[in-house]
Write a protein of this length. Structure first.
Length: 323
């Protein structure tokens, strides 16, 4: 396994050389180097895809009204890194929120926030992707922007307040978007894609996890039977999967591909990923014999092995799911 590839940035501290990979992670991508994605495309091929997407963005309403299937298929293939953040904004409509709310973000930042919320946010921001170039410095722009986005969100959604799952989602957006644009995109995720997910009672999340269990019973009956035999339910392992959109669980190239699909297709993408993981991890008789206790199952589901999370393995398995 290659630890570092596509070296883009070095930073120096005395005699120490810190190397960041193409995604901005120190010493290699988050969790594992999948060795795939756009790293193996020629510059010419990447440029062709970028130009096609630029044409789509410049004629957005036409493409979405007449050729939305093409847009969906291109999202599934992966959005070029150079324009990923901009495409996300068009897919979810947050670019319209920016246009329609001039000055609103700065107004939210200037409003007072409950002290206990400020304390919670400050405790969490230095835990988000600490090996990433923009978040590794406690006084850097990444952690400052993350604090601002979360503070503004809490001020604009006082009935919901702050949830720890907000931080990794907002962080992922800030890697690809300027601060204010990340804020409006984050608001769109919470309001349009994941409404009521972050309420104190987690009722919506519990419904989704029950649905995952039902889908597993329908499409992966042997996996479901094995999990139920050991009394392992989705609420024990899949909360992070849904609330954080796998940002805490998968290699970064996989996370980006999932977000590309999520912004077009919505939460059903997360169900497909979850079913693909369960199929890859527990689908074979050998794997069920090996993972033959609740402890073994939960350990593997909470710390997904590389042979399951590889982009080359996981994403083709996702396309086979019927959800």
């Amino acid at each position: 396994m290659e630890v570092v590839e596509d070296l883009d940035e070095n930073s120096y501290s005395g005699d120490e050389v810190v190397i960041f990979d193409r995604n901005g992670f120190k010493g290699g991508k988050q969790f594992v180097d999948s060795g795939s994605g756009y790293s193996h495309y020629t510059l010419e091929r990447i440029r062709r895809r970028e130009l096609k997407w630029m044409d789509v963005l410049s004629n957005w309403e036409f493409w979405m009204s007449t050729r939305s299937h093409w847009v969906r298929d291109r999202c599934r293939k992966g959005i070029p890194p150079a324009i990923r953040g901009r495409v996300w904004q068009y897919l979810c409509g947050s670019y319209l929120m920016v246009q329609r709310n001039p000055g609103r973000y700065q107004s939210l930042l200037s409003q007072p926030t409950e002290e206990k919320t400020i304390v919670q946010i400050r405790q969490d921001i230095n835990r988000q992707f600490p090996n990433h170039a923009i978040f590794c410095d406690s006084n850097g722009i990444g952690q400052t922007s993350l604090f601002n986005v979360l503070k503004a969100f809490c001020n604009s959604h006082q009935e919901t307040g702050y949830c720890q799952a907000h931080a990794p989602l907002a962080s992922a957006l800030l890697i690809h978007l300027p601060e204010e644009e990340a804020f409006w995109t984050f608001c769109t995720i919470c309001e349009r894609y994941m409404p009521d997910y972050f309420e104190d009672n987690l009722i919506r999340l519990k419904v989704e996890l029950n649905m995952l269990q039902a889908l597993c019973a329908r499409y992966l009956p042997k996996v479901h039977e094995h999990l139920m035999r050991h009394k392992v339910e989705p609420i024990f392992f899949a909360v992070d999967w849904f609330m954080c959109l796998f940002t805490r669980n998968l290699p970064w190239d996989c996370v980006l591909r999932i977000l590309d699909m999520f912004f077009f297709e919505g939460i059903k993408v997360i169900f497909r990923i979850a079913l693909a993981i369960l199929s890859l991890l527990i689908g074979s008789p050998d794997s069920r014999r090996r993972l033959n206790s609740a402890n073994d199952l939960l350990e593997s589901l909470r710390r997904l092995p590389e042979e399951v999370t590889s982009e080359k393995t996981l994403l083709p398995a996702v396309s086979m799911q019927c959800v």
